[in-house]
Ligand binder design. Structure first.
Ligand code: MRU
Length: 362
């Protein structure tokens, strides 16, 4: 997608150096566009853990490049396999909830059984393939999700109001986004849309990142506080809710950024369709009950107690709470399948259920 009219991905191999991966450091958005070089497993681990990169699909692709670095670092080492496996465990531990991370690392590990001598090149090639496939999944989600928006427009003959939570946009992926892919598709095909952007405390991925990408693409949008969605739904101001997912179970429970569950409850109460952009890389077919089985990341309390913004050209953090007050920072919640109208996957739209997923993914 575009920044200042120029097409970008969120991660790429440096032009003149195949041993350097470049990312957009999302901590500085929307105020600065910072490009960071990653050169080692440790760099990748920190970039994921401290959220220089974030969003389930992007975390997965970044970790795939991390495995390439592991192979490079261990190439001449007697303990090659041991080092690569330890790196895999380290990368997987960076963030526990989004299944894409373990999915991409394990995908790379399966190549370990091949000739170790060809490993760095093989893992690089595979990381690039994972990246390419990730882009294609999002593009297809846009294609399958577009008719949902088109149908509302044809019925109402006015801009379609869509509410989204957190950032499930191209900056959470490589391109297009998951929840945003149908929105970009609709806008690009001339269907007027307006997006309500939940600010998404505490890290404000909605206010900082979703608003930034929508603005860059020229999509009308309004940033709202996290608690405003229910009120807007009661007053007919929301036609459709579209969110992403960090992990969806085989029975259709959806784990996504904290606060998603409350939006789903409000949508159900107001008869508003609630759809999830769910690439297969975010579906965990090994588990069934999202509430019991998905590990919810608990992040540092400083993210709740401090807020970041720009003042006089510099990015600053200020204390929001009494310094002594403790804070709890649950990063994700689970929306039970019964509240989800449908999953928009790269294979089509299905019911959020085992039956629905089996139809698409056998
Ligand atoms: O903590 P984050 O910013 O990595 O969380 C991101 C989200 O919750 C997204 O909604 C999710 O990854 C879906 S991504 C396309």
């Amino acid at each position: 997608m575009k920044i200042n009219g120029k097409h970008h991905h969120t991660i790429w191999l440096k032009d003149d150096d195949e041993q350097v991966v470049q990312i957009i450091d999302q901590r500085a958005l929307p105020h600065e566009l910072v490009i960071e070089d990653l050169k080692s497993v440790d760099d990748v681990f920190i970039a994921i853990k401290d959220m220089h990169v974030r969003g389930a699909p992007l975390i997965g692709v970044t970790a795939a490049f991390g495995m390439y670095f592991a192979a490079l670092e261990a190439f001449d080492n007697q303990e090659f396999t041991k080092y690569v496996i330890a790196s895999a465990e380290k990368l997987k531990s960076a963030r526990p909830t989004a299944v894409n991370l373990a999915w991409a690392v394990d995908y790379q590990l399966t190549l370990l059984s091949n000739n170790p001598k060809s490993l760095p090149a093989t893992l690089l090639e595979n990381a690039l393939t994972i990246k390419k496939e990730s882009i294609e999944r999002c593009r297809k989600i846009g294609e399958y999700g577009f008719p949902l928006i088109e149908k509302i427009y044809k019925k109402k003959h006015r801009p379609v109001n869509i509410l989204t939570h957190c950032n499930a946009g191209w900056l959470a992926c490589i391109d297009y986004g998951t929840a945003t892919a149908p929105i970009y598709a609709a806008h690009d095909k001339g269907i007027p849309v307006h997006v309500w952007v939940d600010e998404t405390r505490p890290r404000n991925q909605g206010a900082r990142i979703t608003a930034f990408e929508l603005k860059e693409h020229g999509i009308p949008h309004t940033v709202i506080t996290d608690n405003a969605g229910g009120h807007l739904m009661q007053h007919g101001e929301v036609d459709l809710v579209l969110v992403g997912t960090d992990r969806t179970t085989r029975d259709g429970d959806v784990c996504n950024k904290i606060g998603t569950y409350l939006k789903a409850l409000a949508a159900k109460d107001n008869g508003i369709p609630f759809y999830v952009g769910a690439p297969s890389s975010s579906i965990d077919f090994s588990i069934s009950d999202g509430i019991k089985e998905i590990p919810i990341e608990l992040r540092g309390e400083e993210e709740v107690k401090y807020i970041q913004g720009e003042h006089d050209g510099t990015i600053k953090k200020v204390l929001l709470t009494p310094a002594e007050s403790p804070a709890a920072n649950y990063a994700f919640d689970v929306t039970p399948a019964r509240l989800v109208t449908g999953l928009i996957t790269e294979q089509g739209i299905c019911e959020a259920s085992r039956r629905g997923l089996i139809k698409l993914f056998h």
